[in-house]
Structures are given as structure tokens and as C-alpha cells.
Design a protein around this ligand. Structure first.
Ligand SMILES: *Cc1c(COP(=O)(O)O)cnc(C)c1O
Length: 358
């Protein structure tokens, strides 16, 4: 603490990202990264952008990342999305931040699940947005009817994090249709691993903003690219905030790589299939060891063992060089969130657990 700090900074409770270990050789199942490499076409596009001498980096990138917006619109062409309905940012975390500032900061409090992506309450703190946490049901499910109250906006992740629980599109549409006076932000960071995208609803609902990322399903967490799709009026609000903050959120390599990655649907399809198959296999193995595993539509599972303390399991896994995520939070402190790794990584996890459980 320091008197140099603004009063706001004194009050902030920042987000704590999962550990990015400096130690080599760990089986890293703690931050939901994709275990497979990104599209080779994305890698080639970035190498081409860099060229032999990196001379293009002298120049600022396109502040609007138009090529990438076109690639996103093309990816969702079946849903009749145009580039003017796309907003892009430096990771979906930045897109979400701008959504809080541009669309969720009103007089009334926003609604969000009590258990969800822990960055949402952090943005509430940063932007002074009041919120009401709506408890998930007994099985950690979002109950749309519980959101039937006055609000300044709604944000949910679908599939939810860290539970992996998926709401069907019909329920998402019921939520969005029930609140035409406020913006509903649906964070689809994991939807490629088992859900249907609400982007299909955007042309029917001017209050719907769908936020997505290339970090998980496109294996590009290190590139920092996220986007949102919604009515052009919502996009304009986001652009106003973005252009009051940072005109160039995507660098040249990010624009080139992300554009090629969005176009490579075959790569997305094969890696998401592999992750989903490993998820089913790992779920069965863990259930065999006595774990209760919530149904997941994401690239992670949320699990607990009725006879073993979660924090202790996480610590013992770490001693065996496997890292998973444990949240010391009400209702979920006996659960572990485990990223779906390669088959070999999943096997290393299962072997370590077998040893720990005896
Ligand atoms: C990983 C994640 C994000 C952030 O993704 P980036 O694009 O890497 O910033 C956003 N929302 C949820 C629910 C996530 O799990």
C-alpha cells in the first residue's frame, strides 16, 4: 500500500491467473490450454507476416483488424454474420473488460452466477459495477428462471467455468428474450468442446453479445486473440471504449495467425474431437477411482473425491509433477478442475492419482 496509489487501486482485488510454471517437465493441466498445436496454416501465416527480416513490424497493425473480422464473419457465414457485427480484442479478457465498461455499467446491478469465471467480479471492482450473484442449482446448473429480476445486464459463461456445465441454446434464448431491456453477455470460451453457439441467435436479439476466444479451441492462448459477435449497435459501443483505450489491441502476428486459424475449420474439428474423446476416457477412468465427475462440455472436468480433500490431492499431484486447479472458494473447495491433456498427459494424471489413493 502506498499513498501514491489511487483510492481505486487500494480497493482492487485482482484476478489470480493459474500458475505458468518455470519448471520444465510438469504435466500442466491447470489453465485449460489446448494440448495440441495450433493450425499449421496459422503458424505459416505468422512466419510469412514476420518475413526474413521482420520489416513489417516497423509499421503499426490495422487498428480494426479487418481481415480477422472478415474471417470471423466467414466462419459463421451460415448464421449470416457480417464483419460489422464483430469486435476483436487482445484476448477475450480484454473484450469482456470493454463489455463491462461499454454495456454492463448502468445504475442497476448486473446478474451473474455465484460460481463462474472469477474475472467477472474483478471487472465489477475495476469498473465499479454492482452485481448480484445468483446461486447455481444443486448440480451446479444455471437456472434461467432465477434471473427473473430487475438488472443492469447479465453475464454467464456457457459452458460455465469452472463447472463445464452447458445450457442448451433454447435456455440461452429464453434468458436473452426475457431481458430485452438489458444486455446479455454469453461467454463461449469453451463452446467448441460440446455446445451450440448463441451466435445463431444474434440476428434475432439486439441485446445479445457472444464473447469468444482463440485461446482454448484454437490452441492460441499465447497469441491473445478474442472477439465478440452481436448487433452492430453493441459493437459500436465496444469500439468507442476500445478507441478510448488502445487503438491497436491485435498486433500484426496476431491478426495474421488468427485470420488463418479461423479459416482452418478442419484443424479445429480434429483437435476438438480429440479433446472430447480424451474427456470421455478420462471421466471413465476417474469414476473408476471413485471420483464424482460433473458432466462437461468444456476442455476440462470438474471433479471431487468423496474421501479425499481436494487441496491435499492437488498438493500431492504437484509433488508428482502434475498440476491441476483448486479454487479455495465457497461451495467448490472440495473440487478440482482438470484440463483435458493429451492421452499421455491424462494417463500420467491417472497413474499419479492411483498412487496417491493407494
Ligand atoms: C480462458 C477464459 C477466458 C479468457 O480467454 P482469453 O481469450 O485467453 O483472455 C474468458 N472466459 C472464460 C470463461 C475463460 O475460461
Amino acid at each position: 500500500m502506498s499513498h501514491y496509489w489511487s483510492p481505486l487501486v487500494h480497493r482492487l482485488t485482482p484476478y489470480v491467473p493459474g500458475e505458468q510454471p518455470k519448471l520444465p517437465g510438469l504435466v500442466k493441466l491447470n489453465t485449460n490450454e489446448n494440448p495440441y498445436p495450433p493450425s499449421p496454416r496459422a503458424v505459416a501465416a505468422m512466419q510469412a507476416e514476420l518475413g526474413a527480416d521482420g520489416a513489417t513490424l516497423r509499421l503499426y497493425p490495422d487498428p480494426n483488424a479487418d481481415r480477422f473480422k472478415e474471417a470471423v464473419a466467414e466462419h459463421f457465414a451460415e448464421m449470416a454474420i457480417t464483419p460489422a457485427q464483430v469486435f476483436v480484442g487482445n484476448g477475450s479478457d480484454e473484450v469482456l473488460a470493454h463489455a463491462f465498461m461499454a454495456l454492463l455499467k448502468h445504475e442497476k446491478p448486473i446478474l451473474l452466477p455465484d460460481i463462474t469465471y472469477s474475472f467477472y467480479p474483478v471487472y465489477c471492482g475495476l469498473y465499479a459495477v454492482d452485481s448480484i450473484a445468483i446461486p447455481l442449482g444443486e448440480n451446479f446448473e444455471i437456472r434461467v428462471d432465477d434471473y427473473a429480476r430487475d438488472n443492469g445486464g447479465i453475464i454467464v459463461a456457457n459452458p460455465n467455468a469452472p463447472t463445464g456445465n452447458l445450457l442448451p441454446l433454447t435456455e440461452i434464448e429464453r434468458l436473452v428474450a426475457a431481458h430485452p431491456q438489458s444486455v446479455c453477455v454469453i461467454d463461449e470460451a469453451y463452446v467448441d468442446f460440446g455446445g451450440d453457439t448463441a451466435i445463431a441467435l444474434v440476428n434475432r436479439h439486439p441485446n445479445l453479445l457472444v464473447v469468444r476466444t482463440l485461446s482454448k479451441s484454437h490452441s492460441l492462448a499465447g497469441l491473445r486473440v478474442g472477439y465478440a459477435v452481436g448487433d452492430r449497435v453493441l459493437i459500436e459501443a465496444l469500439e468507442r471504449v476500445k478507441n478510448s483505450f488502445n487503438s491497436y489491441p491485435l498486433d500484426r502476428l496476431a491478426i495474421a495467425g488468427a485470420t488463418a486459424a479461423m479459416a482452418d475449420k478442419a484443424h479445429l474439428e480434429s483437435t476438438r474431437r480429440a479433446v472430447m474423446a480424451s474427456r470421455a476416457a478420462l471421466t471413465a477412468e476417474l469414476e473408476g477411482l471413485g471420483f464424482a465427475v460433473l458432466p462437461s462440455a468444456a476442455n476440462f472436468i470438474f471433479t471431487r473425491h468423496p474421501q479425499h480433500d481436494a487441496a491435499q490431492l492437488a498438493a500431492e499431484l504437484r509433488q508428482r509433477k502434475v498440476i491441476v486447479r483448486h479454487f479455495k472458494l465457497p461451495r467448490i473447495d472440495q473440487h478440482l478442475r482438470i484440463t483435458i491433456g493429451t492421452e499421455a498427459q491424462c494417463q500420467a494424471l491417472v497413474e499419479a492419482l492411483r498412487e496417491i489413493l493407494g
